[in-house]
Design a protein around this ligand. Structure first.
Ligand SMILES: NC(=O)c1ccc[n+]([C@@H]2O[C@H](COP(=O)([O-])OP(=O)(O)OC[C@H]3O[C@@H](n4cnc5c(N)ncnc54)[C@H](OP(=O)(O)O)[C@@H]3O)[C@@H](O)[C@H]2O)c1
Length: 324
């Protein structure tokens, strides 16, 4: 029983429920405590997932001596404050994407993790999924040659509500930070840092981006066309053009899915057997990192998070998307 890792969750919203379900499938993991701004909500969540400790504020969870690692599932603008509070209580942190609202906040989170000598990682769950790891290996080993281009999109139709997390500026609304981060991460993880960024967006009456188009240019004429929208359902695929094949990460490319390889006029579909939402893979990785006494992931490194937030900041500057 000694190697059981006790987890806590901050914020009882949509993603917290999915993560709690997947965490129950992770060996040696126990969802031990849950915190909400509303005690009754935490209690209800706790009962649903057999959690014995529930709190009506986030700080009490951070103070819980038994908790080893905290998953932060609040809206983006609170990631920075919530993470720093947990790190200062010597808790390891897995914080939802986007890591924070800008690079200065991310740098402060990383330096706080280093100062307290505790683990910190951005919950970029796609990176840990079997199909995505498979594609990364194909690209890194150049099995089908070098990348020539990437096209990736993520769109769904959200009902416009100025007070909702998706459209309210104070809650970090907009397509880019919520879903556009996935096509951007796809480009970063598969191709790297671009030489040129060209971004355009359509803003809502609440001043956040309803849709965002990003064109990235790299050396050797490699380019990436990325798109996110809260306005309509899109293919939500990633199409990678290589010298000797096309790789299609099927709908929806950021979550457990299949991969198609088209080469020599033949098409091969590879299925990956995943019976969860897919959040268990990042949680398993966190536990492995903790077992090795690391404060930084070997996959979703601090550097990768800094690169990702730099790209998001650069796109935001171009489309005139500013948050308080
Ligand atoms: N990895 C993924 O697949 C994925 C998917 C969806 C979302 N996310 C990320 O997870 C985060 C949360 O998304 P979500 O869809 O779960 O959001 P949500 O359903 O709105 O839940 C967010 C929770 O944060 C807490 N919160 C704290 N301060 C808040 C405030 N001022 N207003 C509203 N809520 C507040 C609330 O919990 P309490 O009331 O219990 O305190 C709320 O239930 C976002 O950063 C998002 O990018 C990731």
């Amino acid at each position: 029983m000694n190697n059981i890792i006790k987890w806590g969750i901050i914020g009882c919203g949509k993603i917290a429920h999915k993560f709690a379900q997947d965490l129950s499938k992770v060996p040696n993991a126990k969802l031990y405590a849950i915190a909400s701004r509303d005690f009754d909500k935490a209690k209800e969540f706790g009962k649903k997932y057999d959690v014995s400790n529930y709190y009506g504020n986030y700080q009490d969870l951070a103070r819980d001596q038994e908790v080893i690692v905290i998953y932060i599932a609040t809206p983006h603008p609170f990631h920075h404050t919530n993470t720093i509070m947990c790190l200062n209580h010597k808790k390891a942190v897995l914080c939802e994407k986007p890591f924070a609202m800008n690079i200065d906040q991310v740098k402060e989170m990383i330096s706080t993790a280093k100062m307290n000598n505790v683990f910190l990682m951005e919950a970029l769950w796609t990176y840990f999924l079997p199909h995505y790891q498979y594609v990364i290996e194909l690209i890194e080993t150049k099995k089908y040659g070098k990348i020539k281009s990437l096209k990736a999109d993520f769109g769904f139709e959200a009902i416009f509500d100025p007070n909702s997390r998706l459209f309210n500026k104070k809650l970090g609304g907009g397509s880019l930070l919520d879903i556009g981060i996935y096509p951007l991460f796809c480009a970063l993880s598969l191709i790297g840092i671009p030489e040129k960024i060209d971004a355009k967006a359509v803003l809502t009456s609440t001043g956040v981006d309803e849709e965002c188009m990003i064109q990235l240019e790299y050396k050797n004429n490699i380019n990436a066309h990325l798109y996110s929208t809260l306005n309509k359902k899109t293919d939500t695929e990633a199409i990678i053009e290589l010298e000797d094949a096309n790789i299609i990460i099927c709908n929806r490319f950021h979550e457990p899915t299949s991969v198609i390889i088209e080469s020599n006029q033949q098409s091969k579909k590879i299925e990956f057997d995943v019976d969860t939402y897919g959040y268990n893979f990042e949680a398993i990785h966190v536990q492995e990192m903790l077992a090795q006494n690391r404060i930084e992931s070997t996959i979703m490194t601090f550097e990768k998070s800094l690169q990702l937030i730099s790209l998001l900041d650069a796109v935001r500057a171009q489309i005139g998307l500013y948050y308080d």
